[in-house]
Write a protein that binds this ligand. Sequence first.
Ligand code: CYC
Length: 158
Amino acid sequence: MQDQITTLIRRYDLAGKYLDGQAMAKVASYFEHAMDRIQVVQTLQKDAVEILKEASQELFSQQPELLRPSGNAYTTRRYAACLRDLEYYFRYAIYAILAGDMSILDERVLAGLVDTYNSLGVPLAPTVKGIDLLRQAAKKRMDAACIDEAFDYMINAL
Ligand code: CYC
């Protein structure tokens, strides 16, 4: 996993270059926005339980067929897997927001996920809906562009 600084240094190291003005402007902006990211993370963590509850209740009230015998969240085992997945999305979004870098999402969440979902018959559209509802519940507590960035990143990969 990387943050904005390690990603930047890695890129320059691969090219064997000193950090130029553009790189230093990125570093400055990373630190300039650090307090904002910390505040977002603190708020989301404090309200994590309610945010997850709100988003999952809304998902199942909008798409109750998921819980019926032909639905993918039918049986308590699959229902629990679904709640767990939503929690994964939320927790990793928080990590990515703090790092100011989305690479952890690729490495830990998204790699191979579509194949896994397809092979288990987990429907992608309701999963995307669930992630979007998490985003909405998060943004009710705090409106920040970095929240959209993390949730959009996962949505676009699905
Ligand atoms: C299953 N979700 C899974 C599985 C994985 C993930 C790997 C298969 C293995 C298992 O059941 O545990 C996802 N695992 C992850 C992610 C990470 C990870 C993201 C990163 C940390 O390690 N079903 C629905 C809803 C949706 C859903 C729309 C919830 C939003 O109808 C989720 N995921 C769901 C379900 C299963 C699952 C029901 C179980 C499917 C089955 O076994 O039949």
